[in-house]
Design a protein around this ligand. Sequence first.
Ligand code: SAH
Length: 237
Amino acid sequence: MVDHAERGHVPGSGRRPMMSGIGTVAMLAACAVLIGLAFLRWRDIGLGGLLWLVLFVTMTAIRLPHAARNRANAVVQAHSDATERALLLGMFATMMVLPLLHLATGLFAFSDYRLPGAATAAGAIMLLPTLWLFWRSHADLGRNWSPGLEVHAEHRLVTEGVYARWRHPMYVAIWLAVLIQPLLIHNVVAGSLAIPAFAAMWTLRVPREEAMMRARFGTQYDIYAARVGRLWPATRP
Ligand code: SAH
């Protein structure tokens, strides 16, 4: 069963504390510095590293406006426990901190590996579909998106757009991004660790998220889940 940590809130004003806004600005500033340093090392990081930076910056740019707007959502239920926090920390470390640090400084060069140019080309080809799906899933989920597991006062079950084909299109886009990462960054620490981190996220979070949606939307969610595929795009009659 899912752990419930009911968050007290004043309806219509479910804002997160100010600190998280300041934390976001500090984090973006640190990212900007590391990205700048990484670009200065363009000869060392190669085309793959540069393409990963494009992927990272574009994904961040897609997400930021939704994160800023949805901070005003009135959260009525938040499922945040040690497991959820550990999963988010794993994603933050492996999809952001480690690759940026490595590209900016070469810190993890001891775990470099070599791949043929075709691997970088395969990663490059996957960039656009990945970014498209990441963008569309944010656009379709709109006010209903949150980085953590949350139910909002105005929450509605989205079943249209890319959600008509997948129950988890945003996670499918993140799957693609973590599979691309080691093709573009040829380094175990900075490139490959994102795969086990997101595999853990997928395995542990999806059942909890679906249980939360089922508890909130009841048979409406059962009907939706019976019709629409989880990982593979499928619409059953
Ligand atoms: N798993 C989805 C959404 C990830 S964002 C995807 O991969 O596309 C996580 C939040 O989205 C959860 O807290 C949940 O409240 C919300 N959510 C997930 N599916 C939803 C849906 N079909 N309609 C509305 N909200 C949804």
